[in-house]
Design a protein around this ligand. Sequence first.
Ligand code: ATP
Length: 442
Amino acid sequence: GDDAPNAGTQTHYLNKEEEFRVEVKIGTSVKVTLTDGTAEIFGAELPKGTPVTLPGGKHAVFSWHGATIDVLGATELEYVARDTPMTQYLNLDGVLEERRKAAAAAGAAGDDGFASDGPRVALVGPTDVGKSSIAKILTNYAVRKQWAPLFVDLDLGQGGITCPATIGAVPVDRPIDAEEGVPLEMPLVYFAGDTSPGNNPDLYRYLVERMAAMLDARHASNPAARAAGVVINTMGWVEGQGYKLLLHALDALKVDNVVVVGQERLHSELTRDFRGKRVGGDVPGEGTPVRVWKLNKSGGVVERSPEFRRRCRDQKIREYFYGAPGAELQPHSQTLPFGQVSIFKVGGGPRAPATALPIGQQSSSDPLRVTTVAPSMSLLNSVLAVSHGRSNADLLSSNVAGFIFVTEVDMRNGRFTFVSPSAGELPSRNLLAGSLKWIEMP
Ligand code: ATP
């Protein structure tokens, strides 16, 4: 039967607008080969005749015109679906494409006003509605038409760009595929130190604003990037404080197309809150009106249990250090005296009542305050960010070069051992700690 786990090669036939959905066990992979027709995985075209590795997780192979695919390896679940919301997604891409073309034409005509801004699209909705998948589809459709849009991930929980506990942005000039994910040549990554923004919402807002400022600066100096626009994946926390953080992010990043996936109530809240709003103009009444869309959730998106979610997150960290399954990197282990690095953290600490503090001392719970972390055993298994910040003063606002994880703490000799994805000197000796931990599973 179709739902039974199976190994060996299976051939699947897709009619036009059908989708093959497959679940691969975490830690394993299968190979998919397009043998006839055309097909795509979240908007990235499958090459004909070349096996593509699908890592652990849930995947969908969609065909607009019909396809034959071979699947090699054991899957946990697989079936072909007839009903998909892909036409809706394609129609939205059509609207965005008009904007990009108009923006490029305005830019070429020397207009540096809002008319030369390409679309800034954000996917919003609760967890497990397919936001990141739709973000990939929209990005890939733009890339296939020769644009290089900026892909932004604001979801601390799943870490679409490099590691969890970060927000990041990266220009995408080749399709985001199942094997390599988001191209990571020049990512701009900020470390929030935690997988939820709820523990330090001020820091989250601060980093989103930093990212927005970098984005504006990039667009001011790069008309092609500006016309290509931005696709933003947001976090799934859309209630209470989460909703406020979401509104702040949409505002800060000047999003003009808010795309709500799979939740009627959120759609009506956002429609209400964005009524009459415009972005990009210099005077009231000018600028692009914000449009709020509603897209259906795909039936292929199934809820992930907290446990599965955690394993996805761990796999993400593992991939950062060791590469995707099949394309294993050779991670590098080093030992350094604690004296050769400086470890910092932002905010945190128990909130001390003002009366308990010596006169003139600032509360240690200032959410944006950078403090030094003394070496201790609690650093064991921590994922630390390597900051581009040179001084204590600019650590908060600096993006990070990458990550290391601490495999050993030797307090007696005052040194620690860590793994980094590449050999050689750390790009900086200023490290940022948060609550992100990872234990390597054999
Ligand atoms: P979160 O906010 O929790 O990260 P999300 O809304 O971004 O979730 P996705 O990550 O896009 O949701 O999708 C959830 C899972 O469903 C992913 O594993 C994704 O690969 C899978 N998925 C998405 N669309 C399909 C589909 N059409 N068929 C099969 N699986 C799918």
